[in-house]
Design a protein around this ligand. Structure first.
Ligand SMILES: Cc1ncc(COP(=O)(O)O)c(C=O)c1O
Length: 452
């Protein structure tokens, strides 16, 4: 077969040398020919590239594992599926079938949960922006509302006045759990006394009844001890509030934040070594609860885990469309998927696998996408053999946040498929076309036909 001509260059290859952490092997290959028994070829032939692929088996297994880890250690556990992590209808349906209620952070997500048939009382409504109209619906439908700021308290009091009844609410706390940077923008700060002031205000208003505490300390938390500190502070606050104001807490919502087996940039140990297991999180959290709670007290423990449940169930198949050498000699590959679909590439170093065996020595390469912008890099310094056009690159784990944060910037968003537990492949989101981009646009009459 005739080979494409490429001007020769002299470049020192670093492969095979030791670095501080490991050897960078010259011939190591990461090959993935299938996902849950369905070949990459088959998936792409049927649904095109790029393609988001989700494994129902992994989703259900992760959910079962987390539920078991907590419910075997504590008697009153509720899981709330964090919609923002992935709100594709099929994904939410699986989470709800497994027993999760919905956790939403905007009116749009609230509407989504309702459209999927989730009743208001099975929705946790979080987030810093809840319009008066959205709050009113949530109150009418009995949602669990966790208040973010004082203005929301005033809005809820107004609604209570209009509805001529008291409204049950939770408040979101932010606190120092030892995790930095501290997520201090959401809710009321505990250590400065702001949270206690808010409860005082709620009591004085007389229109709201505080019955829950919420706190989400951050995402991809790698230390179980942070949750122990969080629990100790939340329970301490709950009892302080009970004593001072007579409100008793029916639930402690500890948010999400457990890590998936992904590789955060700057963390050199592999996830299997660097990250605690779900059982370790469960053990620390339930132990902290049993230490802090009064004997016989078992408030509802709400978990809002997102990435730990869905991340490893998601893959993105993409295709190498070109290879080139950059001016400094770096081997570069252009793929049909970039940060438009993998926004999370800025923080995580994904596993990149090829759909086939490829010969040749590895070279540290850069992989970039179709966006025609310098920032569109999905990985760099990744050891890859010489790839030809058409090679599929499979990125994982990308089930969390990638699809919900994907954008339509200069490209359509691709299809999403779900591989069922028996290997059936279902289309769960159609690929977009021009009508998805232009449907909401309006052209003033004077500009029709280019204004001629
Ligand atoms: C309030 C709240 N709950 C839950 C989550 C899910 O977090 P994670 O995906 O880290 O589990 C988030 C994510 O930011 C959140 O803001």
């Amino acid at each position: 077969m005739k080979q494409n001509y490429e001007k020769p260059i002299i470049k020192k290859l670093q492969t095979g040398l030791m670095n501080k952490f490991s050897r960078s092997p010259a011939y190591a290959r990461k090959v993935r020919a299938e996902i849950d028994g369905v070949t990459i070829d088959d998936l792409v032939a049927r649904h095109g590239s790029p393609l988001f692929v989700y494994s129902e088996r992994t989703l259900r297994q992760k959910h079962r594992q987390m539920h078991t880890a907590f419910s075997t250690r504590y008697p009153n556990v509720v899981m709330g599926w964090s919609y923002k992590t992935n709100y594709l209808g099929a994904i939410c349906a699986i989470m709800h079938q497994q027993g999760s209620i919905a956790e939403v952070v905007s009116a749009m997500e609230y509407q989504k949960a309702r459209a999927y048939g989730i009743p208001g009382e099975k929705i946790i409504f979080n987030g810093p922006h809840k319009s008066l109209a959205a709050l009113e619906i949530a109150v009418r439908e009995g949602a669990m509302i966790n208040v973010d700021h004082l203005d929301e308290i005033y809005d809820l009091e107004q609604i209570a006045q209009r509805f001529k009844r008291q409204i049950h609410i939770g408040i979101r706390l932010n606190l120092d759990s030892g995790i930095h940077p501290q997520w201090s923008r959401f809710g009321f700060n505990l250590e400065t006394g702001q949270a206690l002031e808010a409860v005082k205000r709620i009591k004085q208003g007389g229109k709201l009844i505080l019955n829950g505490l919420h706190c989400h300390i951050g995402t991809f938390i790698m230390e179980t001890s942070a949750y122990a500190r969080q629990i100790e502070k939340m329970v301490g606050f709950a009892y302080e509030v009970e004593q001072a104001f007579g409100f008793s807490m029916e639930y402690l919502d500890i948010g999400g934040g457990f890590p998936s087996k992904s590789r955060l940039k700057g963390v050199y140990l592999p996830p299997e070594v660097a990250l605690p297991s779900v059982d370790e999180f469960a053990e620390t959290i339930t132990h902290a609860l049993s230490k802090a709670l009064r004997p016989g007290d078992f408030p509802k423990l709400i978990l809002e885990s997102g990435r730990a449940l869905v991340d490893e169930a998601g893959y993105l198949i993409s295709t190498v469309v070109a290879s080139k050498r950059l001016a400094d000699g770096t081997r570069a590959y252009v793929a049909d998927a970039g940060v438009n679909l993998l926004f999370t590439a800025y923080w995580y170093k994904f596993n990149i696998e090829m759909d086939r065996e490829v010969g040749g020595i590895n070279e540290h390469s850069i992989v970039y996408g179709p966006l025609c912008m310098n920032i569109d890099v999905t990985d760099e310094g990744v050891p890859l053999p010489p790839l030809t056009r058409g090679t599929r690159l499979i990125f994982s784990p990308v089930g969390a946040y990638s699809q919900t944060q994907s954008m339509q910037f200069i490209e359509y968003r691709p299809a999403c498929v779900l591989i069922g537990e028996h290997g059936q492949v279902d289309l769960i989101r159609e690929p977009e076309d021009l009508s998805d981009i232009t449907r909401r646009e309006r052209l003033p009459e004077r500009l029709v036909n280019g204004g001629k």
